[in-house]
Write a protein that binds this ligand. Structure first.
Ligand SMILES: [Zn+2]
Length: 431
C-alpha cells in the first residue's frame, strides 16, 4: 500500500531532518522545547504540511495539528497520527521523529493509493514530549488535556532559570493563551502513535524459539502496542554514623553506603525473580567526604514491569530487607498504574496487522496521556535492533522504517472507513 512514492518521501524527509539539532561532538541530538532548534523543527513540519495542502492549527499547548479534511464537520471522528520531534540530551534520531515522518509519508501513501477519507485525518507534532528542558515529560499532551495545570507549567524553569512562560514569549507565543484545549481534543476520534521500539523485544526471537538472528523476520518489524507498564519511584534512606575513615575500626562502623550497596543488589535480585526491571540511577551520600564514613545514604529506585503485582512485590521485598538489615526507610514518590490502550482500537490494529506481535512498553508516551484522558489511543512499535534508546546508538533499519509506514498506512486506511463501535464513539472526549 505504501508504495515507492511514500518510501522515497520518507527517505527525503529523514535526510532533511538529520542535521537539525545534531551535536557534532557526540552525534546525538539536542532538540529542546521552545529553542531555536525546536523552532526550526516546527518550521520544517509546517513546510511539509503546507506542501501537502494540510491545514496547520496550533493548539493552546503549542502542539501542531495538520488537518486533511474539516475536523469540525464530523466532531469526534478524526483519526490522528504522529508523535514528537524533540529529544533528550544527546538523544537518538528515531525517538519521536520516526512517528512524525511516518505519519506524513502515510498521507502520501493514502493519496497515492487514491484513498478518499470518510473521516478527517490529522498529523500531530506534540511539543516537549521528553521534558528535557523543563523537567516534565509529555508536557504538550499534559497541558492540552489539563493533566498539567497551566499555572504550574508556566512556572517550570530550565537549568538557566528561564521559565516556560519566558520561553514562550521568546518563541513569539503568548503565555496567557497556554492551557487545556478541549475544542481541539473534541475533534479526535482516535490517536495512533508510531514509535521506535526502545528495547530489544522485536530483535529477540519469540519465547520458545531459542537462537535466531539479530533482526528476525519481516513479521517482527512492527508490533502493536497494548499498554504502558505500571511504574513508580521510591526514595530509600539508609542511616549510618559519621566517623573518621582512618581511625574507626571496621567492627565499630555503621556505614550507610554498605547498606545502600545492599539495597542496589537486592533491587536487582528481586526484580529478576519477579520478572520486572528495577534501577537505582540516582544516589546521595552525606556528608560526602572521601575520608568520612557516611552518616546517611539515599537511593532512588525506579521499578516497572508488565504486572502491577510483580512490581509492588519487588519494591516491598527491597523495602522490608532494607528496613530489617539496615534500618532503612522507604517512601513512595510516585506511582502510575498500568495505562491500557483502547481495547477495541488495539484489536482493530491487530486485525489489520495479523502478523504483528503485541507488546507492552516500559516507557511513557503522549499516547498514554491521551489514553488516560479517555481518547481511544494505541501505538505501533518499529523494531530497534540495538535495543538502545535515548542515545545516538538508537536505531531502526531503513527497511523496517518503510515497513512501519506500510503498517501505519494499512491501519489508517482501515480506520478512515471505520464503522466499529468503540472507535466510532469515543467516551467523554474533551470533557
Ligand atoms: Zn518518544
Amino acid at each position: 500500500m505504501a508504495g515507492w512514492a511514500a518510501t522515497s518521501a520518507f527517505d527525503r524527509m529523514w535526510a532533511a531532518l538529520e542535521p537539525i539539532g545534531r551535536e557534532p561532538s557526540t552525534g546525538g541530538y539536542r532538540r529542546f522545547a521552545w529553542t531555536r532548534t525546536d523552532h526550526d523543527l516546527r518550521e520544517w513540519f509546517a513546510g511539509e504540511c503546507a506542501a501537502r495542502g494540510l491545514d496547520l492549527v496550533v493548539d493552546r499547548a503549542g502542539n501542531q495539528w495538520a488537518w486533511w479534511g474539516d475536523p469540525d464537520a464530523t466532531p469526534g471522528r478524526a483519526v490522528v497520527i504522529g508523535s514528537h520531534l524533540d529529544s533528550v540530551p544527546d538523544g537518538g534520531a528515531f525517538d519521536g521523529p520516526l512517528g512524525v515522518v511516518s505519519a506524513l509519508a502515510t498521507v502520501d501513501a493514502l493519496r497515492a493509493a487514491g484513498v478518499v477519507p470518510r473521516r478527517p485525518l490529522a498529523v500531530v507534532n506534540f511539543v516537549d514530549e521528553e521534558g528535557a528542558r523543563f523537567g516534565v515529560a509529555c508536557a504538550g499532551s499534559r497541558i492540552v488535556t489539563g493533566a498539567l495545570a497551566a499555572e504550574r507549567a508556566l512556572g517550570l524553569t530550565d537549568t538557566d532559570g528561564v521559565t516556560m512562560a519566558e520561553a514562550w514569549r521568546a518563541a513569539g507565543r503568548d503565555p496567557e493563551l497556554l492551557g487545556p484545549d478541549p475544542e481541539t481534543l473534541r475533534r479526535v476520534g482516535c490517536f495512533v502513535e508510531l514509535h521506535v521500539e526502545q528495547g530489544r523485544a522485536l530483535a529477540l526471537p519469540p519465547d520458545g524459539e531459542g537462537g535466531g538472528a539479530e533482526a528476525g523476520p519481516v513479521e517482527r518489524a512492527v508490533a502493536v502496542g497494548t499498554d504502558i507498564w505500571p511504574h513508580g519511584r521510591w526514595r530509600i534512606d539508609v542511616p549510618g554514623e559519621a566517623n573518621h575513615a582512618g581511625t574507626t575500626r571496621l567492627d565499630d562502623r555503621r556505614d550507610a553506603v554498605l547498606g545502600l550497596a545492599a539495597v542496589v543488589q537486592s533491587a536487582r535480585a528481586h526484580a529478576r525473580r519477579h520478572g520486572c526491571v528495577a534501577t537505582v540511577g540516582k544516589l546521595a551520600v552525606e556528608p560526602g567526604g572521601v575520608n568520612a564514613i557516611a552518616s546517611r545514604a539515599t537511593a532512588w529506585l525506579d521499578a516497572r514491569g508488565a504486572d502491577e503485582g510483580a512490581v509492588r512485590a519487588t519494591v516491598e521485598q527491597v523495602r522490608d530487607e532494607a528496613a530489617a538489615s539496615w534500618g532503612a526507610t522507604t517512601r513512595e514518590e510516585s506511582w502510575t498504574p498500568t495505562t491500557a490502550f483502547d481495547p477495541a482500537l488495539v484489536e482493530r490494529l491487530g486485525r489489520a496487522l495479523p502478523h504483528a506481535p503485541r507488546l507492552g512498553t516500559g516507557a511513557g508516551h503522549d499516547a498514554g496521556i491521551l489514553a488516560s484522558h479517555g481518547i481511544p489511543s494505541a501505538m505501533l512499535f518499529v523494531r530497534n535492533p540495538t535495543g538502545v534508546s535515548h542515545s545516538p546508538a538508537e536505531w531502526a533499519g531503513p527497511d523496517d522504517c518503510h515497513h512501519g509506514v506500510m503498517a501505519l498506512t494499512t491501519v489508517v486506511t482501515d480506520l478512515l472507513d471505520a464503522t466499529t463501535p468503540g472507535v466510532d464513539a469515543p467516551p467523554g472526549v474533551g470533557s
